[in-house]
Ligand binder design. Structure first.
Ligand SMILES: C[S@@+](CC[C@H](N)C(=O)[O-])C[C@H]1O[C@@H](n2cnc3c(N)ncnc32)[C@H](O)[C@@H]1O
Length: 275
């Protein structure tokens, strides 16, 4: 209890620093409030500030143009390109947009919507008849906080998942599902998804479950990308283990792990899962 009080006090000291007072005096309450909001979000996402690996990187690092030839010449459409707390740096957002432009997926699944910045950019670069299914937690589950899984959207001051796309013309391509991805019934999507992006809970058990589900729903030849390899220990451990069965690689200069799955790899995986 005492430790928790000390920790809370430390956080308040961290957030209520002199700079916020300076902003308050010089720019007023609104600016100071916004400043504090951003500092708090940065505090919650402090692991991603430096993007220094928290553990040894075991996946081979490969440039995107090697796994996806001619990707350097791909032209993409981006909105909300500048980095926002809890979302991807520009190079990673661009990388996803390039993959989607090149692959032209008809069905995309994203785990972890948050504001919907990535969802929006996936939709902008997908074909007109594409469907993007994006999952985030229902409000009643946002009170829980599992250690090592990272803050949920409420804790990042996002009022509701998908705020960045809900009034956008491409919203018609997007289906927002409020469910815990690790408990969701993925059966109707089996072997039908062209591209899966995993960026939900970051603890080992959840990433493992999300990965198993992604391998159930992906079609042969489809691509799975994970965010935060080398940043969150649970993600890194899960992908290092996956490397024993699948040729997953780390895209150079990013924290994105990339896997294109073949029919035989999926059959092997199914065989092991069932038997
Ligand atoms: C890192 S943020 C996603 C950022 C988003 N992909 C982007 O690029 O802007 C992680 C999100 O996953 C959600 N989340 C955490 N655990 C989840 C779960 N079990 N099922 C669905 N969503 C989850 C959180 O609420 C949070 O909004």
């Amino acid at each position: 209890m005492l430790l928790q009080v000390i920790k809370l006090f430390g956080r308040l000291l961290f957030v209520g620093n002199l700079a916020s007072l300076w902003v308050l005096v010089n720019e007023g309450v609104r600016a100071s409030h916004e400043y504090l909001r951003l500092i708090w979000a940065t505090y919650l996402w402090r692991r991603t500030i430096s993007r220094l690996p928290t553990s040894e990187l075991n996946l081979p690092e490969v440039p995107l143009c090697e796994v996806l030839p001619n990707s350097d010449a791909t032209c993409v459409n981006l909105q909300y390109a500048m980095h926002r707390p809890g979302s991807l740096p520009l190079e990673e957002l661009t990388t996803l947009a390039i993959i989607v432009r090149r692959l032209q997926p008809k069905r995309i699944v994203e785990i972890g919507t948050s504001e919907g910045r990535t969802t929006l950019n996936l939709a902008l670069n997908a074909p007109p008849d594409a469907e993007i299914i994006t999952l985030d937690l229902p409000p009643e589950l946002t009170g829980e906080h599992r250690k090592h899984s990272g803050p949920n959207y409420k804790q990042m001051n996002v009022e509701e998942p998908g705020v960045l796309f809900r009034d956008h013309p491409v919203a018609s391509k997007i289906k927002l599902v409020l469910a815990d991805s690790t408990k969701f019934d993925w059966t109707p999507y089996e072997r039908s998804v062209d591209f899966v992006f995993i960026d939900g809970a970051h603890d080992y058990e959840s990433v493992r479950k999300d990965t198993e589900n992604a391998l159930r729903i992906i079609r042969p030849g489809g691509i799975i990308v994970w965010h935060d390899y080398g940043v969150w220990k649970g993600v890194t451990r899960c992908l290092d283990e996956l490397r024993e069965q699948f040729p997953v690689v780390l895209l150079k200069d990013t924290t994105l792990a990339y896997l294109r799955v073949t029919e035989s790899e999926l059959q092997n995986f199914e065989g092991k899962r069932k038997g």
